[in-house]
Ligand binder design. Sequence first.
Ligand code: SAT
Ligand code: MN
Length: 577
Amino acid sequence: MCRPEKIVIIDGSEKQKKELEKEAFSTGELVRLNQERLPGCAYHRTAPNDVARTENLTFICLKKKQDAGPTNNWLAPRVAYKKASRIFSGSMKGRVMYVIPFSMGPTGSPFSKVGVELTDSIYVVLNMLIMTRVGKKVLEYLGHDKPFTKCLHSKADLDIKRRLILHFPEDNTIWSVGSGYGGNVLLGKKCLSLRIASFIAKREKWLAEHMLILGIEKPNGRIDYIAGAFPSACGKTNLAMLIPPETLKKKGYRIWTVGDDIAWMRVDSDGALWGINPESGFFGVLPGTNSKTNPNAMITLQKNAIYTNVVLTPEKTVWWEGGEGPPPAKGTDWLGRPWRPGMRDKDGNLIKGAHPNSRFTAPISQCPSASFRAEHHHGVPISAIILGGRRASLAPLVYESFNWQHGVYVGATMASERTAAQYGKQGEVRRDPMAMLPFCGYNIADYFKHWLNMGKRMAKPPKIFFVNWFRKDKSGKFIWPGFAENVRILNWIIERSKGNIGATRTPLGYIPRYEDIDMDGLDFSKEKWDELFFINTDEWKKELKEQKKFLDKFGKRLPKELVEEHRAFKKRLEKYK
Ligand code: SAT
Ligand code: MN
């Protein structure tokens, strides 16, 4: 159908990688960066209209529309294949088709899934080499009879009117055409590891989630693991790589990074939940990343990284807003235009050099906090689950749900302000259940049911918490300092999970007592603390109505447990003074 001129199988070797880089440097698809300052690094620009996931062009193509549910775009598989075939037809004429056999999760692990991506983009190949396990080993494991996800991608002509990101869960197939942007084209990531995997996970009774996994090490050496769901560009990468504040570091606290975006979790024979990160790299947001906000990321991306849509300097280094040090005197912006700091457009607005959703791709193994258990086929035991979003008002810093069922309600109704990672109006509050709204490969009401069932399968399900690092005061300033200081809250979450400390009961759930948080080295008053945890019942009553409106979308398919939870929440709020 695509009619490529040549077919090349990606074997995962260093030699082949070097050849592909050379080829991409010669055509301008990639720019070789300053090899003294940034060894092994390359630079890439996407097309101007192709800088974030296009959710409106992303479809779940199940046979029945109801099975995709009201939150997904749907196309009948037959129609979708036909529509895309027209665009794919001859799209690789004169180009090479690369065949990428890849494993999500350590090759051969019982957790892992294999995919094969066909693509006409070297950028995709080089990113997949970082993000997934690629090559001969995967083909050997696959043999002749194991199942795999069939992934087809072509840039075609990068025309947004001829762009489609199609998922066929019933066929274990993904077709993506007309884009060259990360989440649309690195098909192992959101497409396989979330949309297709969530569909498989329901059938096979496990969880495929938009979650980071981190380990928190205590002074006594014990490491407990937390999985956390946050919408795109809400700080998952920063949280996963935290370095504790000086005072806590001295005491012996440490964070270990297992993953920053996706978690696959199963119930093991011990009745506990165990998780892996199916990816082997980070595809992280750059603006705002510097050695204060995320020192570990800054070390991770200094070599063997791919930079997408940032400023290119005359010395062939890179820069982005909120990055390290002052901007270069001049450079080339993400659109390839000459750029100087302070430049304004015709309306007087500052012109950003880097796109707000510019990204780096780098191997997890280069991260100083990379967990030594990342390659373990068995994953790590999950002690707590945190859910979070960006809410300028309303949600307190942290609260603990009363039980698994209540936690599922909190996840099902959570909302967040839109970021640059999606097309659409930024800052607008949207419901984003479990941060899976754009990633659930089937009816999300059935997904809620699946979560409820998973709770019953566990001997002792992890406790579910909600966090909001982004609450603002009346003057619009963040109340909580966030970043490294969040370790203090993670620590409380673990103590609660183990039943080691008490808490205050509120209509939302349990909240921490000021005196139970280790505030050593942080000047944070009780007054501010109370402001962070203030429950505005009028606002919450409004929120409750919004939650109801959202849940009503699912009609009869909504599990009755969530209706019960809604009623119980309403009652608790009414009684609260
Ligand atoms: O979808 S991407 O993988 O490009 C990044 C994100 O939005 O989380
Ligand atoms: Mn993500």
